[in-house]
Ligand binder design. Structure first.
Ligand code: DAS
Length: 355
């Protein structure tokens, strides 16, 4: 009799706990983590290895299992889209990831997306998604500068922050975001400015906010077109055109531009200073333009360019485009997306002013 009584009490308690857990789960947002590799999935031989390690080793389910705190933030599921170091990303990787994100955000049971990613080209993927995924749901791209095996690894807190932001209603409609080192950046503005410190990611116009202990503190919001305001849609893009970057420097030969521009739809000139073009290079760029290649002047300066039309180069006369504040790698992403449409030079320049 006594055993039955205890058993009934135990069963009742278990049922109450289960229903409480279910009720909590039903209240929590649903966040999907799409894993692509990088240092955040890296592993080193010892805890002292903060810079010597192999990227893209730890599967997404292990990343999630290592963060039980996530269960209080959101109902989290993981999907291993790729397992690569991001310096090896290709246009096909961008398209595959973009289409997967676009399909998932259409699902009513998905409230937010986190993309774990290598830091080397994280800024390119974040900007790409910002341009082509038509959703106001939070999409947060996150990486780490140290592998999870290292002392003071940054990946766990970066991922915790990313899930918190992706689960937040106040992160909706802000375009694709990047959480690194407690900061929330716009996917458009942020770039990797330092290659070995945890404070590696900077935005020329500043972070949008901070996330501290799971709470977002916003100070700015994006004004450039993105996601739902974009004229571009990943669902309508089947291929990305060839757009490559030629780096300007003292003594640069015109032949490097001729080679880079061969077969391209556009060439990004990573110019010195104000996107300046060496006089010996101008004829090569004019020839490329005459052959139908769009010429886009960006700046190689590392803390933020601001290239204007007809400042030191007669862009109107040469029918060239300026990348304004976009660094060369961001300018390449925008040019590729824009040139999936048959845009005139004037239209292409409009796109560079607006996105
Ligand atoms: N190789 C780098 C990458 O995958 C490692 C990293 O920083 O994530 O981008």
């Amino acid at each position: 009799m006594l055993i039955t009584h205890h058993f009934r009490a135990f069963a009742t308690a278990a049922a109450l706990l289960a229903s409480a857990a279910l009720a909590q789960a039903q209240q929590l947002p649903n966040v999907l983590i799409l894993a692509t590799g990088g240092t955040i999935a890296g592993a080193g031989a010892s805890a002292a290895n903060s810079a010597t390690y192999a990227a893209a080793k730890v599967p997404v389910d292990k990343l999630i299992a290592g963060l039980p705190e996530l269960s209080k933030v959101a109902n989290v599921k993981g999907e291993q889209v790729f397992q690569i170091a991001s310096e090896s990303f290709t246009n096909d990787n961008l398209l595959t990831l973009g289409k997967r994100v676009s399909a998932l955000v259409k699902q009513p049971d998905v409230d937010g997306i986190v993309v774990t990613h290598g830091t080397d080209t994280l800024e390119e993927t974040a900007y790409f998604l910002n341009l082509v995924v038509r959703t106001d749901k939070p999409i947060v791209v996150v990486g780490s500068m140290r592998p999870g095996t290292a002392l003071s690894a940054d990946g766990a807190l970066n991922l915790y922050d990313a899930v918190n932001v992706a689960a937040s209603k106040d992160a909706k409609g802000k375009g694709v975001l990047v959480t690194m080192n407690d900061e929330i950046h716009s996917g458009r503005d942020v770039s990797k400015a330092i290659n070995i410190r945890t404070e590696a990611f900077k935005s020329q116009w500043g972070a949008l906010g901070m996330v501290v202990e799971g709470k977002n503190y916003w100070f700015r919001a994006p004004v450039k077109r993105h996601t739902t305001q974009s004229e571009f849609n990943i669902d309508e893009i089947t291929a990305l055109p060839q757009v490559d970057i030629a780096y300007g420097y003292g003594n640069v030969p015109a032949s490097s531009y001729e080679a880079i521009g061969k077969g391209a739809k556009a060439i990004i000139h990573a110019g010195t200073g104000n996107g300046s073009v060496a006089d010996r290079v101008v004829p090569a760029l004019q020839k490329l333009r005459a052959d139908g290649v769009q010429v886009i002047r960006s700046s190689r300066v590392n803390t933020g360019g601001f290239v204007l039309r007809n400042a030191e180069q007669p862009d109107d006369k040469y029918d060239w485009v300026v990348a304004h504040d976009l660094n060369p790698q961001k300018a390449r992403i925008l040019a590729m997306v824009a040139l999936t449409k048959p845009l005139s030079t004037a239209d292409l320049q409009r796109v560079f002013w607006e996105y």
